[in-house]
Design a protein around this ligand. Structure first.
Ligand code: NAD
Length: 260
C-alpha cells in the first residue's frame, strides 16, 4: 500500500520532527525519516509508523551539516519515491553562550544545520514538485525567527535567515502549486529545550527551575509549553490542499510570545 504523497521530514527521529512525521503518516502520506539516534530504536519507530498508518516509511541517517550527505539523501529519496511532494525542514540544534565566547565551530554547525541544510534540500526537491505541479515546503523556524534572546546569536541568526529564505522560495514558485511557509513555535518541551536548561542556568546565574519559570515560560503569556501535537496538527493542515493559499507566511505558534 502506498500513501498519497511522499513527505521527507528532516530531524524526525525526535521531538517536533517526529510529531510532524507522525501527523503526515496519519494523513496517508509515505514518509522519509531523517535524524540521529540508536539504530534499533529508529528501526522500531520506522516499522511502527508504517504498520500503524499503512504507509511506506523510509529512513536516512544523513548528517545535514554535510551538503554532500544531504544531496545523497535527497537523490536516494527522490529515486525511491519519484519526487518529494512535502519537504519539512525541521532538523536543528542550539548552543547557548555569549557572542564573544561563542565557539566558532558551534556557529558554523548551527548555520549549516538550521539554515543551509534547508537551502540544499529545497533546491533539490523543487524540480520534482514543479514537474508534478504540486508541493509543500515547510520550514520549522522558531519564535526566534521573529524576536531575539540573548546568548543565542547563531540560532537567532539562522532562524531569521530561514524566515527570509522561506519568503523568497514562496515568491519564486507561487504560480506552480507549491507553497513555502515557516512555522515559529515558542517553547515546546523536547530534548532540545531540556538540554539547554543547564547552560542557560549557568549563563544567567539562575537555578534550573528559575530558567523554566522565569526565562522560558516568562516569554509565553499562556504560561504553558506549546505541545508537539499542536505544532504537528498545524503543519499537517499547511501541507494539505486546504493550505494552498497560505504561502510566504512566517507564522507564530507561541502562546502569545511575539505579541508582546
Ligand atoms: P530535538 O532535539 O528533539 O530534535 C532534533 C532532531 O534533529 C533530531 O531528530 C536530531 O537527530 C536531528 N538532528 C540534529 N542534528 C542533525 C544533523 N546534523 N543532521 C540530521 N539531523 C539532525 O529538537 P526539537 O525541539 O524537536 O527541534 C526541532 C526543530 O524545531 C528545530 O529546528 C528547532 O530549532 C525548532 N524549534 C524548537 C523549539 C522547542 O522549543 N523545542 C521551539 C522553536 C523551534
Amino acid at each position: 500500500h502506498r500513501g498519497t504523497k511522499t513527505a521527507l521530514i528532516t530531524g524526525s527521529t525526535s521531538g517536533i520532527g517526529l510529531g510532524i512525521a507522525t501527523a503526515l503518516a496519519a494523513a496517508g502520506h509515505d514518509v522519509v525519516l531523517n535524524g540521529f539516534g540508536e539504530t534499533a530504536a529508529i528501526e522500531q519507530l520506522r516499522a511502527e509508523l508504517s504498520q500503524l498508518h499503512g504507509v511506506n516509511v523510509r529512513y536516512s541517517g544523513a548528517d545535514l551539516s554535510d551538503p554532500v550527505a544531504t544531496e545523497a539523501m535527497m537523490e536516494e529519496a527522490i529515486g525511491a519515491c519519484g519526487a518529494i511532494d512535502i519537504l519539512v525542514n525541521n532538523a536543528g540544534i542550539q548552543h547557548v553562550a555569549p557572542v564573544d565566547e561563542f565557539p566558532v565551530e558551534k556557529w558554523n554547525a548551527i548555520i549549516a544545520i538550521n539554515l543551509s541544510a534547508a537551502f540544499h534540500t529545497t533546491r533539490l526537491a523543487l524540480p520534482g514538485m514543479k514537474a508534478r505541479g504540486w508541493g509543500r515546503v515547510l520550514n520549522v523556524a522558531s519564535a526566534h525567527a521573529l524576536v531575539a534572546s540573548p546568548f543565542k546569536s547563531a540560532y537567532v541568526a539562522a532562524k531569521h535567515g530561514i524566515a527570509g529564505f522561506t519568503k523568497s522560495v514562496a515568491l519564486e514558485v507561487a504560480t506552480q502549486g507549491i507553497t513555502a511557509n515557516a512555522l515559529c513555535p515558542g517553547y515546546v518541551w523536547t530534548p532540545l529545550v531540556e538540554k539547554q536548561i543547564p547552560d542557560t542556568a549557568r549563563a544567567r546565574g539562575l537555578t534550573e527551575q528559575q530558567v523554566i519559570d522565569d526565562v522560558l515560560l516568562h516569554a509565553q503569556p499562556t504560561k504553558q509549553f506549546v505541545t508537539i501535537e499542536q505544532v504537528a496538527a498545524f503543519a499537517a493542515f499547511l501541507c494539505s490542499n486546504a493550505g494552498a493559499s497560505i504561502t510566504g507566511a512566517v507564522m507564530p505558534i507561541d502562546g502569545g510570545w511575539t505579541a508582546q
